[in-house]
Design a protein around this ligand. Structure first.
Ligand SMILES: NC(=O)C1=CN([C@@H]2O[C@H](COP(=O)(O)OP(=O)(O)OC[C@H]3O[C@@H](n4cnc5c(N)ncnc54)[C@H](O)[C@@H]3O)[C@@H](O)[C@H]2O)C=CC1
Ligand SMILES: O=C(O)CCC(=O)C(=O)O
Length: 429
């Protein structure tokens, strides 16, 4: 009895903790979206998990002569529409649940920007910041050898994500082409231009986010000139975004990386910070006067852009967010409870599956160029990206207003529809 009472006393405390499992959260919204669209339960059964998940163990010879075995994943959510597509993440916190959720988000993005793909995603549990250039090359090649049976230009097409870049894509392409014994540029996107990469891919995610910020600001009647913006994450997505905002006349008052945050109400010197940042998007460690990552989210600003990792805006800090517009450049930065708190407070939240879809859109352009063997100018890429993003934003905003639902649910409703229809035509459901 005493034992029981003790547990009961402890339990409510745990129950109060918000569920941070990104797979659970995305499944909840998918269920809601499918219910609103009137799809039967079996569609949810099909979509709630990836159709395929490969777990691999990759032995790598380290520079000191020892062998280390890394765990990697590749999840393929749904290939009813076409081959699966999505990035590969190198990060110590990669988990099976995270990779699964990331692959589902890729399916939704493909639906939102209307690409002929399903979603896929990969990850390796590792810390590339602590590995040498040659160890990283061996790991990248080892990963491709381990997953080569399930990927390919018409099966599943990887790309960059957190702590991976065009050099890693180049090693992966080279390894795949060696295995297949022919050059296969369409196997992977986010490549260096000289290996068949597309103009505009490196900055595409940030370009797409910039377009979403501009459209959201119009809806809120906010002038971009002088608008105050804070960006959490100073890597591929966050640093290009800070630069674009700065060049557009906005005032970037705060930036953050994994080590902390910098804040200046008069605006930071973005060009200087870009010059000093390292290849992993780290710069704040060079400064003594730092805020924490969490403090950055609550600074006085008009627009907040989480552009780093998951579960940053939660029920604990959502009430304290000062921004009137939150645009999710990162995948999964806001929990479901926080989404509701922000919506109730009238904050316009542009969800990840819309805001960050510029990256995969230009990856698609890269793949099309590889398949045609005919390459486009940067202007062509940008014009096409602009059209796609504006249309996607408008579709979701209209649905959200028309149905009086938040932008995340509206985005999921649009994101799941094509995949559900394609699965139905194929006779899967
Ligand atoms: N690179 C791309 O094309 C796309 C990226 N995304 C998403 O954008 C987000 C950022 O990705 P990238 O900029 O590509 O990665 P990146 O590797 O270029 O930069 C990551 C940034 O996040 C920071 N960071 C890492 N761990 C952190 C932690 N525990 N707390 C706070 N900050 C941390 C790093 O210091 C760095 O500034 C991710 O959620 C990614 O999935 C979404 C769509 C496409
Ligand atoms: O460019 C791509 O294919 C995938 C980008 C990605 O991983 C993402 O949008 O999260």
């Amino acid at each position: 009895m005493e034992e029981h009472e003790k547990k009961d006393h402890e339990h409510p405390k745990n129950e109060q903790l918000e569920n941070m499992n990104v797979l659970d959260s995305t499944q909840t919204v998918i269920k809601n979206a499918l219910d609103k669209l009137g799809y039967p339960e079996e569609v949810f059964e099909l979509m709630k998990e990836p159709m395929r998940l490969l777990t691999v163990r990759i032995p790598i010879r380290m520079d000191d002569g020892s062998t280390k075995v890394f765990t990697g994943y590749r999840a393929q959510h749904n290939d009813a529409v076409g081959p699966t597509k999505g990035g590969v993440r190198f990060h110590p916190d990669v988990t099976e649940q995270e990779v699964k959720a990331l692959s589902i988000w890729m399916s939704l993005k493909a639906g939102i920007v209307d690409l002929p793909y399903g979603g896929g995603k990969g990850g390796i549990v590792c810390d590339p910041r602590k590995m040498s250039f040659h160890e990283l090359e061996r790991l990248s090649r080892g990963y491709v050898r381990a997953i080569s049976q399930v990927v390919g230009p018409t099966k599943d097409i990887p790309a960059p994500d957190v702590f991976t870049n065009s050099q890693i894509m180049a090693w992966m392409l080279d390894e795949y082409s060696r295995i297949r014994e022919f050059d296969s540029p369409g196997f992977i996107t986010g490549k260096p231009i000289v290996l068949g990469g597309s103009h505009g891919r490196e900055s595409a995610t940030a370009k797409g986010v910039t377009i979403c910020i501009r459209e959201a600001a119009k809806k809120k009647g906010l002038n971009m000139k002088g608008a105050r913006i804070a960006v959490q994450g100073f890597g591929n997505a966050g640093s290009f975004l800070a630069k674009f905002m700065h060049d557009a006349g906005a005032k970037v008052v705060g930036i953050a990386d994994a080590h902390g945050a910098l804040y200046d109400a008069d605006g930071l010197d973005i060009d200087y910070l870009l010059d000093r940042r390292d290849s992993f998007g780290t710069v704040t460690n060079l400064f003594k006067d730092r805020l924490s990552n969490q403090e950055l989210l609550e600074v006085d600003c008009d627009i907040l852009v989480p552009a780093a990792i998951e579960n940053q805006i939660t029920e604990k800090n959502a009430e304290n967010i000062k921004a009137e517009i939150v645009v999710e450049a990162a995948n999964g930065p806001t929990t479901l409870k926080a989404t509701k708190i922000l919506a109730d407070r009238g904050v316009l939240l542009v969800p990840d599956v819309l805001a960050s879809s510029g990256g995969v859109t230009v990856s698609y352009f890269e793949w099309v160029q590889n398949n045609q063997g005919y390459y486009w100018t940067e202007e062509e890429v940008e014009t096409k990206l602009e059209q796609v993003m504006v249309q996607a934003f408008e579709n979701i905003y209209k649905l959200s207003h028309g149905r009086r639902i938040d932008m995340r649910l509206a985005a999921y409703m649009i994101g799941v529809r094509k995949m559900a229809e394609a699965s139905r035509f194929r006779g899967w459901i």
